[in-house]
Design a protein around this ligand. Structure first.
Ligand SMILES: [Zn+2]
Length: 123
């Protein structure tokens, strides 16, 4: 290791402390990201399980076909204007005044009518 003298040694120490602090922050962020990823994976697994259970239940009771399921999924996918393998509804129409209201609102911002909730409103 090169000798940098007293003043440089002090400067390196501050740099080393800063690097150590940044490393600790990065490690903390990595732990949080890992925990969040594991939580999302668990939620995804649960959702996949429940979706397949619902499908098996409906197929057995309603005599629907996989083609019908695929068509409903395609129609639902297209309901937000894009065929992209997901449904993203940014807003919903108020049943009273017909204005569009963000999905996070429980009441219409314009007339106060409670917004329709579905089992998938918060998904
Ligand atoms: Zn309204």
């Amino acid at each position: 290791m090169a000798y940098h003298g007293f003043f440089y040694a002090g400067g390196e120490s501050a740099v080393a402390r800063d690097a150590s602090s940044q490393a600790n922050t990065a490690a903390s962020n990595a732990r949080k990201a890992k925990a969040e990823t594991e939580s999302l994976a668990q939620r995804f697994d649960r959702l996949a399980l429940m979706t397949e259970a619902l499908w098996l239940l409906l197929r057995g009771r309603l005599d629907v076909t996989e083609e019908e399921l695929a068509q409903v999924a395609r129609d639902l996918d297209l309901s937000d204007g894009k065929l992209d393998g997901r449904v993203r509804r940014a807003s919903a129409e108020c049943s009273s005044c017909g204005r569009m209201v963000g999905r996070r609102h429980t009441k219409c911002l314009y007339c106060g009518t409670p917004m329709e909730r579905t089992p998938f409103t918060d998904v």
